[in-house]
Design a binder for this molecule. Structure first.
Ligand SMILES: *Cc1c(COP(=O)(O)O)cnc(C)c1O
Length: 230
């Protein structure tokens, strides 16, 4: 795992340099779904500071076992409205806001806890029915409605590219998310910021970085998994 982590970091570094970006500005979210606590602890020793979990229930169990452990906990998967309360106890950052009711529930619970929760809006750029995230033309209407919420801080956008064998096929979706973020930046908002573009996974993170990602969510390339085992 340690060796794979170093390799991933080196690839992030090279992809950043290729596109004249500062490698230190690219945040690595180590996705630890289906990874057990012992291995997460090893990852911490190896230098991981941000973990990504895709399900509240699984994260909750690990959090009870290991505590915060000095990590930033990111929720990268779909969030059900009835799990927001627990999610806010665990996660510092949410990548997957994709509807008004969810944004409002996060705001309401965060207010009760006296915090402001940084979130990303998940956009389904490829408009795949099998994927979560809102469609491009739903983005601005949603942003207009939630810009005023005081306990939700919108800090950028997230997307998942369709799974392909050739990472080049993901490039247009990453490029499009970056363009959408530029469009958002060109309008005036109360509190919306476009600091982060969360895009790129094990299969396609180098292409994502070339297209402007500054948060990459990487699981199997670090921890092993179906596509890396053996
Ligand atoms: C699982 C997952 C990842 C990591 O996927 P890998 O291909 O294992 O790197 C990233 N983002 C989300 C939303 C995920 O569910």
């Amino acid at each position: 795992m340690k060796k794979r982590l170093e390799e991933v970091k080196a690839r992030i570094f090279r992809a950043a340099e290729r596109s004249s970006r500062d490698p230190s500005r690219i945040k690595l979210v180590a996705v630890t779904k289906q990874v057990e606590v012992d291995t997460i602890r090893e990852a911490i020793s190896a230098g991981v500071t941000i973990i990504g979990e895709s399900r509240v229930q699984e994260a909750s169990r690990k959090y009870d076992q290991m505590g915060r452990a000095g990590l930033a906990w990111h929720l990268v998967g779909h969030l059900q409205t009835n799990k927001v309360k627990r999610a806010l106890e665990i996660f510092n950052f949410i990548h997957s806001v994709d509807r008004l009711s969810l944004a409002e529930e996060i705001d309401r619970r965060a207010r009760q806890e006296g915090k402001v929760v940084p979130v990303l809006i998940q956009v389904n750029v490829a408009a795949k029915e099998s994927q979560f995230g809102l469609l491009e033309d739903q983005l601005f209407p949603l942003l207009s409605k939630i810009d005023g919420l005081e306990h939700l801080q919108i800090e950028g956008l997230m997307t998942i590219a369709p799974l392909t064998t050739d990472p080049e096929e993901a490039r247009p979706y990453f490029r499009r998310l970056r363009e959408i973020a530029e469009e958002v930046k060109h309008r005036t908002w109360k509190s919306i910021k476009m600091k982060y573009l969360s895009m790129g996974m094990s299969n396609d993170f180098e292409v994502a970085i070339e297209e402007g990602a500054n948060m990459v969510r990487i699981g199997s390339a670090i921890f092993g998994g179906w596509s890396y085992r053996g």
